[in-house]
Design a protein around this ligand. Structure first.
Ligand code: IPM
Ligand code: MG
Length: 356
């Protein structure tokens, strides 16, 4: 198969982990007889430096014309002082919205090999951690009206958090369908005791659930959910929630698995074209030192193979290679523990390629 892949190399550690991911994809192409054609689409800090804006039209066009988009991570202190609408994050939000990527899937999985790296006590992790956060990605407070004004002699700012029924329905369908392929349980997270948008969320998710009688639906308030994730994460299979709650809960969920550097994510809309990225940031403190963990990024390539290209065997080959590297005792600095062998970003990438 021939696939066109838009590549957003990103900022800080971005290019380093992208290089390893492209090497892994090239290995997959060689082994399974595919051709992957990469086209660069600068976005974020790199694009601000080159074009004066975080998402130039040419990059957006490249993404929209591709079969899928690979993204590492954008942003860094260098661009912290640019105005909000020109920040790297603004480019990412515009890209998500322009591509119609309303469903963001973020798995939280405790790898057996990394059990000791979880900050939770063994008595809590003993039942395992294996759930996914299905986060609504192009609605809510992120995309509602933002306003800062002077009112009665002081500044007043607001961000409107709103949802329409169809926005809730489509993400609810994604959650139920995801659960069907897993342990058939959806926990919908909201703040329906306070927010109107959450009341509509709960009502709409409950209605969509009628189409999935085989899936168990429960509801939880977001504050309680934040607590339950550290109290007993094994209770969750699929968590579905709105954009801002999902942003916060997915960071919490990744932390309890031991290394935020290991977790991939996918963002999809109605078609098969997706945006695949690790969930971690651009780690400016270790940029250029070959210390970054490329595994989250490489596992997101596996997600791309599976979900956008329907290359199931290929995806599994990548995941198995990652497992094998961990089993062999190789670790990057962020997940090192006693008795394991510390390697750099390039070397971990090479070990993974070798095992594909
Ligand atoms: C994420 C990030 C982004 C978000 C930022 C960089 C805009 O935190 O992907 O979770 O809030 O969605
Ligand atoms: Mg986030």
């Amino acid at each position: 198969m021939i696939k066109n892949i838009a590549v957003i190399r990103g900022d800080c550690i971005g290019p380093e982990i992208m290089e390893q991911t492209v090497a892994v994809l090239d290995k997959v192409a060689e082994k399974f007889g595919h051709t992957f054609i990469y086209k660069e689409a600068p976005m974020g800090g790199e694009a601000i430096d080159k074009f004066g804006e975080p998402l130039p039209q040419s990059s957006l066009d490249t993404c929209l014309q591709s079969d899928s988009v690979r993204l590492s991570a954008v942003g860094g202190p260098k661009w912290d002082s640019v105005p909000k609408e020109k920040r790297p994050e603004a480019g990412l939000l515009r890209l998500r919205s322009a591509m119609g990527l309303y469903a963001n899937i973020r798995p939280a999985k405790l790898f057996d090999e990394l059990r000791e790296a979880s900050p939770l006590k063994p008595s809590i992790t003993q039942n395992g951690i294996d759930f996914v956060v299905v986060r609504e990605l192009i609605g809510g407070a992120y995309f509602g009206e933002h306003k800062t004004e002077k009112l009665d002699g002081e500044f007043y700012a607001q961000d409107i958090m709103g949802y329409s029924e169809h926005e809730i329905e489509r993400i609810a369908h994604v959650a139920f369908q995801t659960a069907r392929k897993r342990r058939k349980s959806v926990c919908s997270v909201d703040k329906a005791n306070v927010l109107d948008s959450s009341k509509l969320w709960r009502k709409t998710v409950t209605k969509v659930a009628e189409n999935y009688p085989d899936v168990r639906l429960s509801h939880m308030y977001v504050d309680n959910c934040a607590m339950q994730i550290v109290r007993d994460p094994s209770q969750f299979d699929v968590i579905v929630t709105e954009n801002l709650f999902g942003d916060i809960l997915s960071d919490e969920a990744s932390m309890i698995t031991g290394s935020i550097g290991m977790i991939p994510s996918s963002s999809l809309g109605d078609g098969t074209r997706g945006l695949y990225e690790p969930i971690h940031g651009s780690a400016p403190d270790i940029a250029g030192t070959n210390a970054a963990n490329p595994i989250g990024m490489i596992l997101s390539a596996a997600m791309m193979l599976r979900y956008s290209f329907n290359m199931l065997e290929e995806a599994k080959a990548v995941e198995d290679a990652v497992d094998a590297v961990l089993k062999a005792g190789f670790r990057t600095g962020d997940m090192i523990s006693e008795g394991k062998i510390q390697l750099g970003c390039r070397e971990i990438g090479r070990e993974i390629c070798f095992r594909i």
